[in-house]
Design a protein. Structure first.
Length: 175
């Protein structure tokens, strides 16, 4: 499958919102590995913010958005209480947020392509590591991250217990 990855643009916001809604509908009808909830996360505002901040990237196939990823320098507060592989200022670290693949394109290599892009972009940007958090029950994502060379660091509470999301695994990949 031919996948291109590029900066998200303002005119991508409607399509990203549709991707998020389609993905949340799909998750609600099956096994909701990440624990995402339509109308709560991810939502249109996540796309708007990512594009405004210049850190949202879209994966496209034949001109259609089939996935997205945000690479920011903004960690969750719980990240500061953890012993990472190396201690860096967050200006030297990318944190993955809102990593999404459209349900029609799952198991087609889109997630791997986005993770490979994150690697290449990190090298080009001269960051020292990539970090992420993942709900401990999200085994498909955990398998992908581990396959892509991410190392488990710790398990933390991100304050999402009200949504039944008590524990998140933190992963890091040194660049």
């Amino acid at each position: 499958m031919n996948i291109t990855i590029e900066f998200g643009q303002v005119n991508d916001i409607d399509e990203l919102e549709n991707l998020y809604n389609d993905l949340n509908d799909y998750l609600a009808d099956g096994v909701n590995y990440p624990g995402w909830i339509k109308g709560i996360y991810p939502v249109r505002q996540n796309a708007i913010d990512g594009i405004k901040n210049g850190n949202l990237y879209v994966a496209k196939h034949n001109g259609t958005i089939i996935g997205s990823i945000i690479l920011s320098h903004e960690p969750e507060p719980a990240y500061y209480n953890v012993k990472w592989g190396f201690e860096y200022d967050y200006s030297d670290v990318f944190v993955i947020h809102t990593f999404a693949v459209h349900p029609r394109f799952m198991k087609c290599g889109v997630g791997k392509a986005l993770m490979d892009f994150a690697d290449k972009h990190s090298v080009k940007s001269k960051v020292k590591s990539i970090r992420l958090d993942v709900f401990e029950g999200n085994m498909p994502a955990i398998r992908l991250y581990e396959k892509c060379g991410f190392k488990y660091i710790d398990t933390v509470d991100l304050g999402l217990g009200n949504y039944g999301l008590d524990s998140f695994k933190l992963y890091e990949k040194l660049i």
